[in-house]
Design a protein around this ligand. Sequence first.
Ligand SMILES: [Zn+2]
Length: 239
Amino acid sequence: MPTSVYEHLLAVQDLDLTLLQLRHKRGHHPIRTKIRETEAETDRNQLIADEIGMRRASLESQQSDLDDEVSRIGSRRSEIDAKLYDGSVVATKDLLALQDEAKMLRERQVSVEDDELEIMEQIERVDEELAPVQETIRSLVAAKTEYEVALAAALMEIDDEIDRLNEKRGPMAEAIPSDLLSDYDSLREDLGGVAVARLVGNTCDGCHMTMSAVAFDQIKRQPDDAVINCDQCGRILIR
Ligand SMILES: [Zn+2]
């Protein structure tokens, strides 16, 4: 087999190794790690925000209960005021009972309104706690978007390079006999990409094993166009 065929095969192998590296780079691009880290950090902050949000919801629920109570007190006080002044209640005992109830309701209202103020202050403090966490989440989400844009650009560049190399590979592979090419393809799958090696002296440049004198002697007696494989690793040897 003419030397140029093997040189073509080596050149194809160089291209294939570059393609392998590009595909690896595509799958393991460092920006992907950045995106995963940003997502994890966002999730961590979201858990904090959710916990604060739950405390806020509980305070709002207490506030709403207090609002309801103030409104019930207000209605009852109006009822009592009406009864006290419309002349419908005349017995002193009943009037006194209504006045007592009105007094008790006024006191309860003051106490509920104090509680409401306290709850509102607590909500303010919770909001102050929540604001920086939400700001952090917003900037993490923005950072993730930037990383995604950068990743898309980087992948596009890699894909262009992969396309370019594949176009170059086509005619180069056509110059290689098909059975040699299919040998090469199955070997490179088994051997992690490097299927063709040079024979340097009596050493295979692929596995760096030195051949036995007998094996080396057999190779030397093969015709120039014979396909020789390393007896140690199986790689196609270029003499
Ligand atoms: Zn070898």
